[in-house]
Design a protein around this ligand. Structure first.
Ligand code: 5GP
Ligand code: ZN
Length: 115
C-alpha cells in the first residue's frame, strides 16, 4: 500500500472533508485554506504530478476541469470567479507529490503569482 498522503486520503485512511467522489476522482477541502473556498481535486490513482502522467491518471485528470466548474457553482464562486492550478515540482511549489489541482475562490486572488 502506498505511503502517499493523498493516496491515504483517497482510501479514507486519513480523514478529510470530502466534497465529491466518483470512481476515479475525489475532491476535499484543503487543510490550510488559502482562500474562503480552497478545494483539492485529485485522481484516485497515484501519479506524482503533471510531469509524470500515466495513461490512467491522464484519463482521470482530463475530467477535472469540468468537475472544478461544477464545484465552483456548488461552492458559490462561479459568479465571482475562481482559479484552478496544479503546482509541479520544487520551483512550482509542489509539496505533496500526488497529482492534485487547487480550486480557489471566494476572494480576489490577485495576480498570477502568489507573493
Ligand atoms: P501543493 O503545495 O503540493 O501544491 O499542495 C498541497 C496542499 O495539500 C497544500 O495546500 C496543503 O495545505 C494541503 N494538505 C497537506 N496535507 C493535507 C492533509 O493532510 N489534508 C488536507 N485536506 N490537505 C492537506
Ligand atoms: Zn498518491
Amino acid at each position: 500500500m502506498s505511503e502517499c498522503l493523498f493516496c491515504k486520503i483517497a482510501r479514507k485512511e486519513i480523514p478529510s472533508a470530502i466534497v465529491y467522489e466518483d470512481d476515479t476522482l475525489i475532491a476535499f477541502k484543503d487543510i490550510f485554506p488559502q482562500a474562503p473556498v480552497h478545494l483539492l481535486i485529485i485522481p484516485k490513482v497515484h501519479c506524482e504530478g503533471l510531469g509524470d502522467l500515466t495513461p490512467e491518471a491522464e484519463a482521470a485528470a482530463a475530467r477535472i476541469p469540468r468537475l472544478a466548474a461544477r464545484l465552483a457553482v456548488e461552492h458559490g464562486v462561479q459568479a465571482s470567479g475562481w482559479r484552478l492550478i496544479s503546482n509541479c515540482g520544487a520551483d512550482g511549489g509542489q509539496t505533496v507529490f500526488h497529482l492534485h489541482f487547487h480550486l480557489l475562490g471566494g476572494k480576489s486572488l490577485g495576480g498570477k503569482l502568489c507573493q
